[in-house]
Design a protein around this ligand. Structure first.
Ligand code: NDP
Ligand SMILES: CC(C)CCC[C@@H](C)[C@H]1CC[C@H]2C3=CC=C4C[C@@H](O)CC[C@]4(C)[C@H]3CC[C@]12C
Length: 478
């Protein structure tokens, strides 16, 4: 039996990314036969089958159900998971799902038209707005992706366009808040679209892969779920920039604005909505300001364009990331001036701290260590790594500043900031904290994932860094 190294490592439970893709791209990835693999692999065909086929299959089938249930809980169960649980006991999970899907209009003319117009608008902005050329990280086979850094302009134009559109629609007694009213239609249509789009990406990856990394295991479910190409391009458009940034990360702030408008239409000014929406808009503004830095993170360097990342950005971000303000539309809370200011101040400081930590890493690397951090020369490790081509490269691992406190200190202010935008909903329902709970799980998992990736990439140098900075997020705790 011949399988690729990628699948073999999944069997051996080595560096597995969140979507199941191994992260050992810095060594050769030739096809190997099972007699060369560890005996553990031979004994664990069941684990291989589970990780590479059953688990992706469950996620593909279950993901859209999960996101529709979240919408249903927020809209039809008064934001209460226990009400949903009650429905599960009376009707059964399947019964509830059948009720949901039979009541939702999928691929209506309206939703398809709105989505196609939005896709086209984003593609036009992506192509024509100016931006300097930036380079992504070098892939193990020596490919360096090139981007146009115009994310911030695209974001500003998109948010402004929403307000301009609202202004014109109001003249005809219409409103963009129809997106909130008929949100389920959009979620369902996007789910279908992303499923079909990933089939297209699978075929494209097999017959006409773009330059850069790509890999086929031959297991359709695995390849469909994890993707084949790392940097697919269609007519010069980078697919992952489109799905992650121009769609997912752009729809999120637009939804926040739509929820705030809806809340204003219903009740006038509500402080809890204002605090939550403003904190999130600040977060998004920071993201787009730093977008070129995002091109060097795990999602872009590791996750191939498959169902996991495409469905995630096309459906999961709109469905889950904006859930707090979605919930606040139907559950307004009056916080009062003092509490609003307190939450807003803590949330803003947390965001500054998170940005500062991200910035320290980029700054020291950009200056090649020739700078001061907190008034002192930075403590660094010059970590060597090998490309597949055999070429030796070097990166700086910062071991002072925030990166000397813990290996992922910046996740702490990220979590605090997210908590602050959920807190305005107070404590009536846990639903408003769904994003925070998700983020907590995602970031904890990410610390393991990044450790594996870096230990494979830097070997002894990473060990050295771990000795200098032994904790993952909170010193002496985790
Ligand atoms: N809201 C959300 O859903 C999420 C938000 N985030 C946020 O996104 C931002 C980026 O986070 P994330 O993508 O996890 O990546 P990180 O910022 O943690 O970067 C990880 C990478 O940085 C490099 N690195 C690791 N340690 C060091 C060091 N000591 N010195 C220099 N370089 C180092 C390594 O890459 P290399 O190969 O270059 O050495 C490593 O793979 C953060 O602000 C985070 O909070 C992240 C995940 C989810
Ligand atoms: C299939 C699903 C269960 C999971 C889908 C997950 C993805 C939608 C998300 C996984 C990682 C997320 C992100 C990583 C880093 C980010 C930088 C930050 O500054 C903004 C948010 C984000 C882009 C974030 C977006 C969602 C993911 C890609």
């Amino acid at each position: 039996m011949v399988i690729t190294r990628r699948q073999a490592q999944v069997n051996n439970n080595e560096a597995i990314s969140s979507n199941g893709v191994t992260q050992n791209g810095y060594h050769d990835s030739k096809t190997i036969s099972d007699d060369k693999m560890s005996p553990h692999w031979k004994n664990s065909w069941l684990s291989n089958f589970f990780h590479c086929t059953v688990w992706p299959f469950i996620l593909i089938l279950g993901s859209s159900q999960g996101i529709m249930l979240l919408w249903y809980t927020a809209k039809k169960c008064d934001g209460s998971f226990s009400t949903l649980g009650g429905m599960f006991t009376t009707k059964g999970v399947l019964g509830v799902l059948v009720d949901i899907w039979s009541s939702v209009n999928i691929c209506t003319k309206f939703s398809v038209l709105v989505l196609l117009s939005f896709f086209s608008f984003q593609l036009v902005l992506m192509r024509f707005l100016p931006g300097k050329t930036v380079y992504g990280p070098l892939t193990p086979n020596g490919h360096r992706p090139v981007y146009k850094d115009n994310g911030f302009y695209c974001y500003i134009v998109s948010v402004s366009a929403l307000f301009i559109l609202q202004y014109f629609l109001k003249q005809y007694s219409l409103s963009v808040t129809i997106v909130y009213d008929r949100f389920e239609e959009f979620l369902a249509t996007l789910s279908i679209f992303s499923g079909v789009f990933c089939i297209f990406l699978y075929i494209k990856g097999r017959v006409a892969p773009s330059p850069g990394e790509w890999e086929v295991t031959g297991n359709f479910i695995f390849d469909y779920f994890c993707g084949i190409e790392l940097y697919p391009r269609i007519f010069g458009f980078d697919v992952k920039v489109f799905t992650n940034c121009r769609f997912g990360m752009t729809v999120w702030p637009l939804l926040i604005c739509i929820h705030a408008m809806k809340s204003y239409e219903l009740y006038g000014f509500v402080d809890s909505m204002f605090v939550s929406a403003t904190l999130q808009m600040m977060y998004m503004t920071k993201f787009f300001w730093w977008e070129s830095g995002y091109m060097g993170t795990l999602d872009i360097m590791m996750d191939r364009a498959g169902y996991y990342i495409c469905w995630g950005c096309l459906v999961f971000i709109p469905g889950l990331y904006a859930i707090t303000t979605f919930y606040l539309v139907s559950h307004p809370v009056r916080l009062g001036f003092g509490l609003s200011i307190a939450i807003f101040t803590v949330g803003s400081l947390a965001l500054v701290l998170n940005y500062w930590a991200d910035w320290q890493k980029q700054y020291v690397r950009a200056k090649n260590g020739d700078c001061l951090l907190w008034g002192k020369p930075p403590q660094m490790i010059k970590a060597k790594y090998h490309l597949k081509t055999g070429e030796v490269k070097e990166s700086l691992l910062l071991a002072s500043g925030f990166w000397g406190v813990s290996r992922h200190f910046h996740y702490l202010p990220e979590l605090l900031h997210a908590f602050c935008w959920c807190l305005p909903s107070m404590f009536q329902n846990i639903m408003a904290y769904t994003y925070f709970i998700w983020l907590l799980m995602l970031l904890v998992h990410r610390t393991y994932r990044d450790d594996l990736k870096c230990s494979v990439k830097y070997g002894e140098h990473w060990k050295e860094y771990k000795e200098l900075v032994p904790y993952k997020i909170i010193p002496y705790v985790f």
